[in-house]
Design a protein around this ligand. Sequence first.
Ligand code: ATP
Ligand code: MG
Length: 502
Amino acid sequence: MKSPCVVKIWALIDSGCFGDWVYDALPVEHVKRVLLNRVRVGYTERMKTYFNNIVRRLDNIAAYSVYGEVSMVRGLMIEVEGTHSNISVGERCEIFTRDDAVILAEVIGFRRDTAITMAYGEVAGIKPGARVRILKTDAQIFPTLDWLGRTIDAFATPLDGFGPLPQGDEAYPVKASPLPAHERNRIGKRINLGVKGLNVFTTCCMGQRMGIFSGSGVGKSTLLSMIARFTSADVIVIGLIGERGREVQDFIIDDLGVEGLKRAVVVVATSDDPALTRREAAYTTLAVAEYFRDQGKNVLCLMDSVTRFAMAQREIGLSVGEPPASKGYTPTVFAELPRLLERAGPGRGEGGSITGLFTVLVEGDDLNEPISDAVRGILDGHIVLSRDIAHRNRYPAIDVLGSISRMMPNCNSDSQNQLIDRARSLLSTYRDMEELIRIGAYRQGTSESVDAAIYFNPALENFFRQLKTETFNLEQSFQILAESLEMSEAPPTQSESASVAG
Ligand SMILES: Nc1ncnc2c1ncn2[C@@H]1O[C@H](COP(=O)(O)OP(=O)(O)OP(=O)(O)O)[C@@H](O)[C@H]1O
Ligand SMILES: [Mg+2]
């Protein structure tokens, strides 16, 4: 027969909850001995991971607990009395429902002595006077290299049905602060994004942070999925934040595929998840990326989308009574955005880097709306996708003239920069004259530069076209552009190569 302790542990495994009632039942050291014995005795790998995970969690159990009680519930907002000075903003608590289930909540503000919390899930089952226990540890995750190939939620619970998620030894705070600027390495060498239009016109370097901006349905997610599949980064951490549930499976199965998933970790919170969970998933994405960076990997962190993160923060801010500023976005939105985005970037010392690509949904196709404006100011470059170009069925619909990478031109060789300058000037001339050319008001021979722009336009349009299944590395991308412009793209000289790598 199983001892009462073991019975309790089984219950914990099922609920996925590792609360201190294990501690209440028996001394932690004893519980650990029982579990480690079970690992040694030889259970299946799956059970061994479960037991090891519980042993690691036991170390984080507080020696005592502070309880309060629920006084009011309004929507997802729950007011808690009786905690006094034992709780502060950002800390988390567990609320016990009618059926003794546990709902996780976070303190988002105070009204006198009353703590205002917000639930991470459904609030059904919470009654007046329900017990609330304050959790003394901040949100943490314990990543390992074995997380590669896994899909997890905002709390690092596996969503893929591949069994329990192994837990590492080191805790990574979900809401970490960005590395101090003076401790960071310089931006690294160029990274292949697999998309020729981006490789050439918005060349991206390791540790750089870029935004992909467009209105709805112009191709942000598709472009991100091409990058995820074809990039040369060691590890890809993908945060699907607040997007449609349908897109998640499409992304993992069709876009990433089995090979792509092997070097990726996907963090998911869909649009139906509560605001706190959506926001948490964005933080968790960066925490996972930070772990791999510290293992010396060059990480590509993709987030679709930052706008949903901002919207989640707006929802939280408005619930706690923050004043809406521009377009209803509250001041904390603009404080949280840099705290999130700055976590990507070069690492320190021997560590790797986090190259960040974040999509931004531009409301009403207005690039000056507040979130686009704020994000553009924080990042090291932006890729703009244009609805007009998409309407012409030219995908990816990159608007080269509206896009920049702040690492350029220093990251490319002189001959490559000449090529880019030539292409940009042809595109810009064509755009200036486009209306006249279309209505037939331009007479060939009037201007040499306009004639050249008209002559090369079909080749340039063709250059930007790329099927979802195609990939081009940096050299190929420059070579194809050179051929399109009938220019020879000399290979970089020794000194140019050095500057490219630096
Ligand atoms: N490279 C491409 N090739 C062909 N069609 C594309 C490509 N990129 C986008 N599309 C078309 O555009 C549609 C919308 O693309 P996608 O979902 O990537 O846009 P989005 O900007 O992420 O939209 P939302 O803002 O709604 O999330 C796709 O369903 C597809 O029809
Ligand atoms: Mg999308």
